[in-house]
Design a protein around this ligand. Sequence first.
Ligand SMILES: Nc1nc2c(ncn2[C@@H]2O[C@H](COP(=O)(O)OP(=O)(O)OP(=O)(O)O)[C@@H](O)[C@H]2O)c(=O)[nH]1
Ligand SMILES: [Zn+2]
Length: 352
Amino acid sequence: MSRRSAVERAIAALRTGRAVRIEGAEPLTFLSIETATPELLQAVDPENKAPLLLSGRRAAALSLASERDAADPARPVLIERQAWLDPSAALTLADPAQDFARAPIGPLKPLHLEANATAEAALDLARAAGLLPAVWLIPPNAAAVDVPLEELSGDAFRPEVTLLARARLPLEDMPETQIFAFRGSDDGQDHVALLVGAFGGKPPLIRLHSECLTGDVFGSLKCDCGPQLKEALRLIAAAGGGVLLYLRQEGRGIGLANKLRAYALQDRGLDTVEANLRLGFGDDERDYAHAAAILRKLGIEEVRLLTNNPRKVEALEAEGIKVAERVAHHMPANPHNADYLQVKRAKSGHLP
Ligand SMILES: Nc1nc2c(ncn2[C@@H]2O[C@H](COP(=O)(O)OP(=O)(O)OP(=O)(O)O)[C@@H](O)[C@H]2O)c(=O)[nH]1
Ligand SMILES: [Zn+2]
């Protein structure tokens, strides 16, 4: 069985509520608290002892991280199972949606966690599956999908892309455009490239657009994604040609449901960065390995990049794609996204 497919199968298992075992010196078997049914949890842990593993960031938000953990805020925290800590209470702990409404939960008893590396890998898998980083640690289970720890470290999540299809796609007011679908080996997502016009000579103008259902499709005013998408195509056409990659990394890589959870927190006053952290994610969980892999498949090794985000420039360069020029990509603010744009400059390093 290939390395990649073990990771893929583990992600699929977590998404569908099945158990995963990470093998290694300190193996752990676990279930996502979001997708595992109470019946399955009861069946695999009849004595109700399975402790709950939370991300260090989420534990900190619950004022749970000890001083020992303060040195490494990303370090996962294990919480003892108690009678009241049932699947719905666990979800309440992991999902901050109710933080402002519910009564205090507890008392919570942190347990000593030996298998730190394995625990971090377990939460990384949950994140890669688009789930909350929170899992039940269950006893060894014969039905669990196995994945060796080595396969989850280093460049385990570094994907390959396969070209599935290409076709002509006539777009309003645009020169001849072709659409390509590339499937990521790790996420199973179909990433899209729009090749616009003819380019050659100097490095092509490229836009890496991260999927934003709310902005791209519904025209949400909470962000600037919709206008950025349209304007990027216009600028690429005006430049004579180039490529727009439509990357399926919704919500800065946390997935649609988690982004909407973040929006619910923003409705309660948190900003876009705080909301991600409160959910147990980093402020930006994207990587641009798919983007670089697609550009390489298209024979593009040097680009002019339309972005205000220096992380995109660094990430592409780290993946071996040369960024000859950064081209600013600002949209006028509206009353709903002015604070969001300001926070991106103040906290996420976006260039003015
Ligand atoms: N988690 C989260 N994701 C968001 C939020 N608002 C927009 N997004 C996502 O952010 C991504 C767009 O990223 P932006 O930060 O707007 O822009 P960027 O791509 O980093 O930088 P530019 O290239 O300069 O546009 C899309 O995947 C959106 O779904 C939010 O409040 N929370
Ligand atoms: Zn958006």
